[in-house]
Design a protein around this ligand. Structure first.
Ligand SMILES: Cc1ncc(COP(=O)(O)O)c(C=O)c1O
Length: 408
């Protein structure tokens, strides 16, 4: 067909992201897996566990008993109250249903918060590496994204001074992710206090993505909303996707000041009319009766993290960043690869293991590869052994010797 003379809104440019190429290997691996080929997919952020059966039963029962009509747009009062109570227990904040909106996952909450807080002429600071939808989502309403690197030389931890330097009169918000995808870094009380102090001083919103907060291996998760003077300027977004292996259910929420929640409710009315009732019933079951389901998954992820880290650490040509939380381990392959993209392609071609070039999460992660541990222990171990083999062969190929490969 000849190229179309039809015009599109400027939105299509803002939502176009150049990270997509980095996922080509992942898509190839998924197709090969569907064909039954022996590939090991370490490139996905989707838990391999099934959603716990009682949660599925709750949804099926709700459907059978006629819960198939429009549901309350911001979410049912019972579920919103349960989320408020859960967040109040974690933070000590005084929260009610009015502080909560039920959304299509964390992504839905991020999208709505972004459109209700940011517009043309605004700047939003986000810390790199960042989850790959942030760029498009935060820019959707016309705001400019200012990314501040959390340098790998500093363990991918935030540099509060660099965040302060990025603030201008146009800055409206700071977006943070704790624990982080892809690094697994959990922000400490001191780091969060540094960011909170900037937000209070410059009168900024904080958008805090806490979707991995139930999958902690070490340390403590702190919601920035719980810090002094922050509840009124923070929107916390999260979901059941990772905590309860419910990625496909598309259910999560935002917690924030009731005025913001009212605006997000109006937006939701005009975008998707809310989350289906039977899914809300299942979410209530997950939150109220199966809160601890995430503990079992967290323990399995911790065991897998240790398996992956132990095997990868045997390889002297790479550095391993052992995550404090989440479902990914990062390795630095710069000493054996001039191009990380080519490394991931050749690893897949030669060893049938798919991983992600972490620069898809921003240049701050250039040189790094993200390895997911969302598969069973034995396959994970096999995948990591194949990565080590491939790295050692690459090192031999370029004539590297010694533990640090310093002659490359
Ligand atoms: C940091 C981060 N935020 C948001 C999401 C999207 O999660 P949800 O399924 O809750 O929309 C993901 C998914 O991988 C993520 O890693």
């Amino acid at each position: 067909m000849a190229s179309s003379p039809m015009r599109y809104s400027s939105l299509v440019t803002r939502i176009a992201s150049d990270g997509a190429e980095g996922w080509a290997v992942h898509h190839l691996a998924m197709q090969a897996e569907e064909r039954g080929q022996d590939v090991i997919v370490l490139s996905v952020g989707d838990p391999d566990f099934p959603t716990p059966q009682p949660i599925i039963d709750a949804a099926v029962d709700a459907l059978r008993s006629g819960d198939t009509h429009y549901a309350s747009i911001p979410g049912r009062h019972t579920l919103r109250s349960a989320v408020a109570a859960d967040m109040a227990r974690r933070t000590g904040l005084d929260l009610a249903a009015e502080n909560v909106i039920i959304t299509n996952g964390t992504q839905g909450a991020l999208h709505q918060a972004s459109l209700c807080l940011l517009e043309e002429g605004d700047e939003v600071i986000a810390l790199q590496p960042m989850y790959l939808t942030y760029e498009a989502t935060l820019r959707m309403g016309g705001a400019a994204l200012v990314s501040v690197a959390q340098p790998s030389t500093n363990g991918f931890r935030p540099d509060v001074g660099a965040i302060a330097s990025a603030i201008t009169p146009a800055t409206r918000a700071i977006a943070i992710t704790t624990p982080n995808n892809p690094t697994g870094v959990i922000l400490t009380a001191a780091e969060l206090e540094g960011i909170a102090a900037l937000a209070r001083e410059h009168d900024l919103w904080v958008i805090s993505d806490e979707v991995y907060s139930d999958l902690l291996f070490e340390g403590e998760h702190i919601s920035i909303a719980s810090l002094s003077g922050m509840a009124e300027r923070t929107v916390t977004v999260t979901s059941l996707s990772k905590s309860h292996a419910m990625t496909g259910w598309r259910v999560g929420w935002a917690v924030g000041p009731s005025e913001l929640i009212t605006h997000m409710d109006t937006l939701q009315l005009n975008v998707n009319y809310g989350v289906p009732g039977f899914i809300q019933t299942a979410a209530y079951e997950a939150l109220v009766s199966y809160r601890s389901a995430s503990n079992e998954m967290r323990d399995a992820y911790r065991r897998r993290r240790d398996i992956a880290a132990a095997i990868l650490a045997e390889c002297t040509h790479i550095d391993v960043l052992v995550p404090e939380a989440g479902m990914y381990v990062m390795i630095n392959v710069e000493r054996v690869a001039d191009s990380v993209r080519a490394f991931t392609e050749q690893l897949y071609a030669q060893k049938q293991v798919s991983v992600i070039d972490a620069s898809a999460f921003g240049q701050a992660a250039a040189g790094w590869v993200r390895v997911s541990f969302t598969i069973g222990d034995d396959r994970l171990a096999e995948g990591c052994r194949r990565i080590v083999e491939f790295v050692n062969e690459s090192a031999d190929h370029c004539g590297m010797t010694g533990a640090d490969g310093a002659n490359k």
